[in-house]
Structures are given as structure tokens and as C-alpha cells.
Design a protein around this ligand. Structure first.
Ligand code: FAD
Length: 549
């Protein structure tokens, strides 16, 4: 009887015995007792018998899991081929050794203690150990140890099966890291983010959402926002998303307990489909996954309050203007009524004088009456004159003010076909001044230029605005190639009620007089440049307003 290992795969001693037995039984030497052949046949097993021990052995040997059989103290008696491949140890190296040969000392002691307590209670232990290969590499071993009992129910052997789950562990780690990264990003976002299932239950929410839960004293913000969207915008957000429709930037207000005013949120919703996580989905035969809603709510309370405040301011200003106009109308009506009395007396006096039947004393009395009534009417008119609010001095940048006035005048300049040449000084110091007064000064001068260009009838209409620093003062030049101001009128134009326009509509002749007043207030001067012939150039200088202002 000779054992011949196959050249391809080296056979184990058990295999060698099995092969040798097979060969012997295939052609037993003549004279072999029948009982011996029978006993050996039982040992080898019938290869055609599905329950033959040899078949079991081959199945274990060729199994893809690392399988070992130990005695009751974990001394290795057998290891299969997968064990050799995974651990790097040959069978010859491990047989007779304790399984501890695979330990790399990184597994905590209590794991081994639990392992041993379990298997010694004749129960199967399943767990994960950190193993080492013969080459010194680490791998995570998912291990099952099952006790094998003898006829007396005592532990005879242990059957160990393990596989390398290092990759799986790494993937799980990567998944955990990804989740942590997503959570960090979501938590850092200054927006409420919440994922709801089809029943409106919260699956995932960020910190901003949790903060809102606190503000709402435990009330679910998703429900509060959904109700607000339904009631204020007429949209059921969940129904919308479940139907596959997204919505964006819908503003709603919610009232928080104890808060002074409502808080505003701009809400957007996106349908999110999840894949079917069940086992049947493994080969792509999944049921349609559940649809979720990703709800984002961006708080816009500050902006809304600003808009409301601006609206109120605007309303207040309009009311004040209306009140002023109303008051002036009333005062004018009263003055007209009061002026009627001296007019009547004047007419009567004139008639008496013409008839020659009025003494000087009578006429003098009448004149006094006229004077008194006239003074009363004058007082009424004076009282109606609105007193302009005193503007506080602030640091102003003349370039900025001119630019603002130019922007406001853009439409009119375009309509009048005026080409603007804007040449601000690159460096202009800020000076203390009254910015509203200066703005109205610049607006008036630009309005004058537009009218002068209109009245000139010139096809090419140019407006030049320039600033520069001259001896610490800011000089502004406003120059147009319009109709110009005659040389002899260059001082008169600053007199009150002087009007040199052809079209006098809406002109009271006070504009340049007031402009001069504003410039004087700013310690400066204003003049019509006598050297400029091709139109009109107004030159003005501005200094800081006096310190006592
Ligand atoms: P040890 O000091 O030997 O053991 C650590 C602790 O384990 C001890 O403090 C004690 O509480 C307990 N313990 C150890 N031996 C016994 C025992 N005979 N009876 C009761 N308690 C005991 N270990 C691995 O690291 N990797 C494996 O892949 C692996 N596979 C195994 C497969 C089988 C079938 C069996 C039975 C055991 C396996 N073990 C495996 C466990 C191994 O036998 C050692 O117990 C373990 O490696 C710890 O060895 P150690 O030298 O580091 O410490």
C-alpha cells in the first residue's frame, strides 16, 4: 500500500490515508479477510454515499472559511486550506500549537474571557478578534467557535471558523466618517434642515432645528412650519413633495411662545426618494423606496423687520408731508381771507379820495386799519412757513454725495440726452457737513444744468462734474455746454427771486440763493466762472462746517 500525493495539490495525512484506503479497497490483495475489507470500507466511507465521512471531510477541507479543530484547550488538531491561506501558517506549523498563535495582543482580555466562559458552558461563541498572520500583518477575524461534545456530553473538541472582515470594518468606518461629516456640515449650516418621512415624522434634523424645538418649547417645528405654509401660502408641503413637486422660498411667519413679534422663515422643500433597503433589493428587485421630504427653513426675520420698518418710515414721512401741506393750505386760506379786509378798506378809501369827501384824518385812520389787517395776514403767512429741521453735522464725502445725486438723476439725464463726464478726485478728505443740505445743493445745480442744456437746443449736451482738493478745501465744478449765464448777470442769479429761465414753470428764483446759503454754511463760496464761455461753469468750494455746529 503506497500513498501517492497528487503533483498539483499536496495531500494532508488524512487525505493520504483516505486515498490509500480507496486504492486498497478498489483491489484488495487476494486472501484479505472479508471482515477486514468490511471494517476498512466503513472507515473510508462509500464515495457514492451522500453521508460518507470522506465527503464531509472534503467539504470542510475545501470550504472557503478558515476552519480549525482543536482539543478542549484550544490546541490545534486540524486546519483546512483556507486557514493556511488566510493566516499564512502551514498546517505543519500550527498543528500542536494553541490558537493563541493567531493572537496579536490587541484584543482586550475581557473578550477572551467572555469567549472561554461561553464555550466552556458548551455554547457557541461568535465575535470579532484582532488576529495576526505569520507575516506579522493584522486582520479582523469574525470567529465562530462551536463545542463538539462526546458521548458523555463532555467537551471533546472545538470547531473554529473565521473569516477576514477587515475590509468590511474599514467600509463601516468610512460610512461612519461620512455620516459624521454630513452631520457636521448640516449642523454648521445656519439654516433649519429636517428630513421627514411620508407620515411627517422627523427622520433627521440638524442643530438649528433642535434650537427651534427649544424656542417652540418642545413643539415640533416641522409641524408648525407645515401648518403655517398651509394657512398662509395655501400649500401642503408634505403632500406637494410626496407628489414629487418641490417648492422654493415661500415666506411664512410663526409666533413663538413669549416672543414679542412673529419670526419669519423662508421655506423650501425637495422630494427625496430612498431606495428599498430590504433583502429583495439586493439584486435590484426592490419595491419603490419610500419618498421623504427635505425641508429647509431660512430665518429672514431681520430682513422682514427691516422692510416693515422702512415701510413705516415711508408712511410716517408721507403723513408728515400731507400734514404740512394741509397746514399750509389752511394758513394760506386764512391769509387770503385776512387780506380781503385791507383790500376792501383800500377800495373804500380810494372811492372816498376820488369823491373828495374824505378828510386826511379819515384817510389816515383807514390806512392804519389797512396796515393792521395787512400785518395780521403777514403774521399768518409767516407762521405757516415750515421751519426746516436742523440737520446734525456728520463726516461727509463730497464724491459720495455727488455720485448719489447723479444716480438719482440718471433717468432725467438719459431722457434729456445728456452725456455725463464724472471726474472725482481720487483722494478726497471727509469733512464735517450737512449731507442732506449738500445733496439738495448738488441736485439743484444739476437740475439747472439739465434745464440750461434743454433751453440751449444744442444737439450735443455735455455735463461735467469734477471734484478736487484746493488748499484743504473741496472744490466742485459743475459745467454744462447749455445756454450759459450772461456775464452781467453772474451775480444777480444768486439774488432771491431772480429768474432768468425761458421756461419759468416751477421756478421761484430761490434755488441759487439757497445754494449760496448752504455753501456759506459750509464755510465756502460759490460763483459762476467768468472765464468759461461755452455754457456755464459753477465753481464752489466747501470747507468744514464751523466747530460750534
Ligand atoms: P491567554 O492568557 O492565553 O488567554 C486570555 C484569557 O482567555 C485568559 O485570561 C482566560 O480568561 C481565557 N482563557 C485562555 N485559555 C483558556 C482556557 N483554556 N480555559 C479557560 N479560559 C481560558 N484567539 C485568537 O486570538 N485568535 C483566534 O483566531 C482564535 N481562535 C480560536 C479558535 C478556537 C476553536 C478556540 C477554542 C480558541 C481560539 N482563540 C483564538 C482563543 C485562544 O485560544 C486564546 O485564548 C487567545 O488567543 C488568548 O491567548 P493569549 O495567549 O493572548 O492569552
Amino acid at each position: 500500500m503506497s500513498a501517492r500525493p497528487s503533483p498539483e495539490s499536496p495531500e494532508t495525512p488524512i487525505q493520504l490515508v483516505a486515498t490509500a484506503l480507496g486504492e486498497f479497497l478498489a483491489a484488495p490483495p487476494p486472501g484479505t479477510p472479508g471482515e477486514v475489507v468490511e471494517a476498512l470500507t466503513l472507515m473510508a466511507g462509500n464515495p457514492r454515499d451522500p453521508l460518507s465521512p470522506r465527503l464531509f471531510f472534503e467539504a470542510v477541507e475545501q470550504a472557503p472559511s478558515a476552519i480549525s479543530i482543536t482539543d478542549a484547550r484550544a490546541t490545534i488538531l486540524y486546519a483546512n486550506r483556507a486557514f493556511e491561506i488566510l493566516t499564512g501558517f502551514s498546517r505543519a506549523e500550527v498543528i500542536g500549537q494553541n490558537e493563541a498563535i493567531l493572537s496579536n495582543q490587541a484584543t482586550p482580555d475581557n473578550v477572551y474571557q467572555h469567549l472561554w466562559r461561553t464555550i466552556q458552558r458548551k455554547q457557541t461563541w461568535t465575535g470579532t478578534l484582532v488576529n495576526r498572520t505569520k507575516q506579522g500583518g493584522d486582520y479582523l477575524a469574525e470567529l465562530i467557535i462551536a463545542p463538539v461534545l462526546d458521548r458523555n456530553n463532555d467537551i471533546k473538541y472545538f470547531l473554529g471558523m473565521h473569516r477576514d472582515v477587515t475590509k468590511l470594518h474599514e467600509l463601516e468606518g468610512e460610512l461612519r466618517r461620512q455620516k459624521a461629516r454630513i452631520e457636521t456640515v448640516l449642523d454648521a449650516a445656519p439654516v433649519v434642515v429636517v428630513l421627514l418621512d411620508a407620515a411627517g415624522q422627523v427622520i433627521l434634523a440638524n442643530q438649528e432645528y433642535q434650537r427651534l424645538v427649544g424656542d417652540l418649547r418642545g413643539q415640533e417645528p416641522a409641524q408648525t412650519l407645515s401648518t403655517a405654509l398651509r394657512e398662509q401660502v395655501g400649500l401642503d408641503p408634505l403632500a406637494e413633495c410626496l407628489a414629487g413637486r418641490a417648492f422654493k422660498d415661500l415666506e411664512v411667519s410663526i409666533v413663538l411662545p413669549g416672543a414679542s413679534g412673529p419670526r419669519w422663515f423662508s421655506c423650501s422643500g425637495t422630494p427625496a426618494d430612498e431606495v428599498d433597503p430590504s433583502a429583495r433589493g439586493f439584486f435590484g428587485r426592490q419595491k419603490p423606496g419610500e419618498r421623504r421630504m427635505l425641508l429647509l427653513a431660512n430665518e429672514v426675520t431681520a430682513r422682514r423687520r427691516e422692510v416693515d420698518r422702512a415701510h413705516l418710515e415711508n408712511l410716517r414721512a408721507r403723513l408728515a408731508e400731507q400734514q404740512l401741506a394741509h397746514g399750509m393750505r389752511e394758513a394760506l386760506a386764512a391769509a387770503i381771507y385776512q387780506i380781503q379786509a385791507p383790500m376792501n378798506v383800500i377800495q373804500a378809501a380810494a372811492a372816498m379820495a376820488r369823491g373828495g369827501n374824505a378828510s386826511l384824518a379819515t384817510l389816515a385812520g383807514m390806512l392804519e386799519e389797512i396796515s393792521r389787517s395787512g400785518a395780521r395776514a403777514l403774521d399768518t403767512l409767516k407762521a405757516a412757513l415750515p421751519e426746516g429741521p436742523r440737520e446734525p453735522g456728520v463726516m461727509v464725502n463730497v464724491n459720495d454725495l455727488l455720485r448719489q445725486v447723479l444716480v438719482l438723476a440718471t433717468d432725467r439725464l438719459l431722457a434729456a440726452g445728456v452725456v455725463v463726464d464724472w471726474r472725482p478726485a481720487h483722494l478726497l478728505p471727509e469733512l464735517p457737513g450737512h449731507q442732506d443740505s449738500l445733496r439738495s445743493l448738488f441736485k439743484h445745480l444739476i437740475d439747472n444744468a439739465i434745464q440750461a442744456l434743454g433751453e440751449s437746443g444744442r444737439p450735443h449736451r455735455d455735463l461735467l462734474l469734477a471734484t478736487r482738493l484746493v488748499d484743504g478745501a473741496v472744490e466742485v465744478a459743475i459745467q454744462d455746454n447749455g445756454r450759459g449765464i450772461p456775464f452781467e448777470d453772474r451775480y444777480r442769479v444768486f439774488e432771491p427771486f431772480y429768474i432768468g429761465w425761458r421756461n419759468r414753470r416751477g421756478r421761484a428764483g430761490m434755488g441759487l440763493a439757497m445754494a449760496q446759503e448752504i455753501v456759506t454754511e459750509h464755510g465756502g463760496s460759490i460763483e459762476v466762472d467768468p472765464d468759461f464761455q461755452d455754457g456755464c461753469r459753477i465753481l464752489l468750494t466747501l470747507n468744514a462746517v464751523p466747530a460750534d455746529e
